[in-house]
Structure formats: C-alpha cells, structure tokens
Design a protein around this ligand. Structure first.
Ligand SMILES: Nc1ncnc2c1ncn2[C@@H]1O[C@H](COP(=O)(O)OP(=O)(O)OP(=O)(O)O)[C@@H](O)[C@H]1O
Length: 257
C-alpha cells in the first residue's frame, strides 16, 4: 500500500510525490520517491547522469506513466490545477522542425487558461508580450522555431512558461544551451519570479550554481538521497552517497551530473 499524501494546506506544498516508481520498458529507474517541495521555494533537482532527474519530472507531470505511487500539485491531482503548473522541457525533447513561430510557442502558455480553440484576449497578449520581453526574445516573435539557436529556443520555451503565469515552474536543464551571461540573466529572472511567490523546480547539473543560488535541493540517485535546504541536502556525506565521490571538493568549477 502506498503512503497517503498528508493533509496539507493546499498552498503549503507545491509538489508532493509519494512512493513514486517509474522506468522504461519494464526497467525501473526511479523507486520509492517521496518528496514535498515547499511552495515558493527556489529548488533544484540534482544527481549523477542517469540518476533519474528527467524521469522524475516526467513521471510527476504524467508525461511518463508512473508504475507506482502518486503525484499531487498544491494538494490536487495535476488535472485539477493544470494552469498553475508550467513545464519547460529539456531542449533535445523539442522537435526542431515544428512549423511554428516563436510568438506562437509563447502563446501556447495561455492555452491552459483559454483552451485551444478560444481566441486570445488582450490580457493574454499582454502576458505573452511581457514574457517575451523578460526573456529577451521580443525581437524574435515572428521567427520560425527551427531558425532559432538552441539558446534562443530555450528562452522562447521559458517565455512560454512565464506567459502561463503559473504558480509552479518545472524546468528540465534550462541552461544547457545558453552562454554564461544568459544563464546568469535567466537565473536572476527566476529568482525574481520566486520572490513574487512562484515555486521554481529546475533540473540542473551544475552543483556549484545550485549551492550558490538555489534555496532547496533534491539529490537523486535512483531514489531521493536527500531533500531540503541546499546546505543540508548537498552535504559532503550526501554527495558522496549520490556520486560516489565528493564532487564539490574537486578543483573543477562544475561537475556534470
Ligand atoms: N525514453 C527512454 N527509454 C529508455 N530508457 C530511458 C529513456 N529515458 C531515459 N532512460 C534511462 O533512464 C535512466 C534515467 O534517465 P534520466 O534521463 O531520467 O536521467 P537524468 O538524471 O535526467 O540524466 P542526465 O543527467 O544524463 O540528463 C537512464 O539510465 C536512461 O538511459
């Protein structure tokens, strides 16, 4: 029997996972995942390559069927609160030959509020324009997606999530294709969003950035090794348990996870 989600004030916990298990083709890659991501936190999911970070995100969002366990968002199944949860997929998951312009991608962020077949309102147009400005892609509005660089595309998908004005933003490796300056800009943007009460949960491989900039971390290695305030979750002991080495003690500035 799976553990029940504890009675929570619906806005205290943005994402709650209980005994989540998921995998591919009969192979389990994630098991026994219990997690409570506090609402309003700036959170990262870290762990070695293949530790199940993307799998966790996809299973939580129902993009991959969990083989056991459950996920709740703000105390409810995702279907009940879909407009409150935005997702920025890993860029290699985005079809490059999708015949669509940048602004059309960002407008998709409004569909959870409007439905697919309703015209966008003036309010939707404002949300789209603000999101494109915040991510610096307003000049690319009419450029086809397949003509954008990887970094530009990443900004456009972040703009789509911002346009949704969701309460929880889940991002899978949002900084992989962007340069250091853009990463710093986007991190600041996410921090500002967080300061307005939005929960951010980003899969991120750079442990130093996570330690320096994030507040909350989930450390994964096929299951949750640690979860909580960054300083506690990423303790030397926990990192050693997850990575088999003490990554932050290494001289390199980043550790691929
Ligand atoms: N579509 C898929 N089909 C089969 N196996 C998969 C699939 N996606 C991921 N896997 C496997 O599941 C395991 C976990 O993958 P996942 O992408 O969740 O790891 P990750 O922690 O996000 O890795 P990385 O840091 O390399 O992005 C890996 O062994 C991977 O090979």
């Amino acid at each position: 029997m799976t553990m029940a989600h504890p009675q929570q004030h619906e806005d205290a916990v943005a994402l709650s996972l209980r005994d989540l298990r998921a995998g591919y083709n009969g192979r389990t890659v994630l098991r026994g995942v219990d997690l409570d991501v506090p609402h309003g936190t700036f959170g990262a999911v870290v762990g070695p390559n293949g530790s199940g970070k993307s799998t966790l995100v996809k299973a939580a969002l129902g993009l991959l069927a969990a083989t056991r366990g459950s996920a709740r968002f703000f105390g409810s199944p995702l279907a009940r609160v879909r407009s409150r949860v935005a997702y920025v997929p890993q860029q290699d998951a985005v079809a490059e030959d999708f015949p669509i312009t940048a602004v059309q991608v960002v407008e998709m962020g409004r569909y959870p509020h409007r439905g697919w077949f309703r015209r966008l309102t003036a309010g939707d147009d404002v949300a789209v324009a603000e999101a494109m400005e915040a991510t610096g892609v307003q000049g690319l509005a009419n450029t086809p997606l397949d003509e954008l660089s990887g970094g530009q595309r990443q900004r456009v998908f972040l703009a789509r999530a911002l346009a949704q004005r969701a309460d929880l933003l889940i991002l899978d490796e949002p900084f992989t294709a962007v340069d250091a300056r853009t990463e710093a800009d986007l991190l600041s943007l996410l921090e500002r969003l967080c300061a307005t009460g939005v929960t951010v949960l980003a899969v991120h491989h750079d442990l130093r950035t996570v330690r320096d900039r994030f507040v909350y971390a989930v450390l994964l290695a096929g299951t949750v090794v640690a979860e909580g305030p960054v300083g506690d979750a990423l303790s030397a002991d926990n990192l050693e348990r997850a990575y088999g080495i003490a990554p932050l003690a290494q001289p390199a500035t980043t550790v691929e996870a």
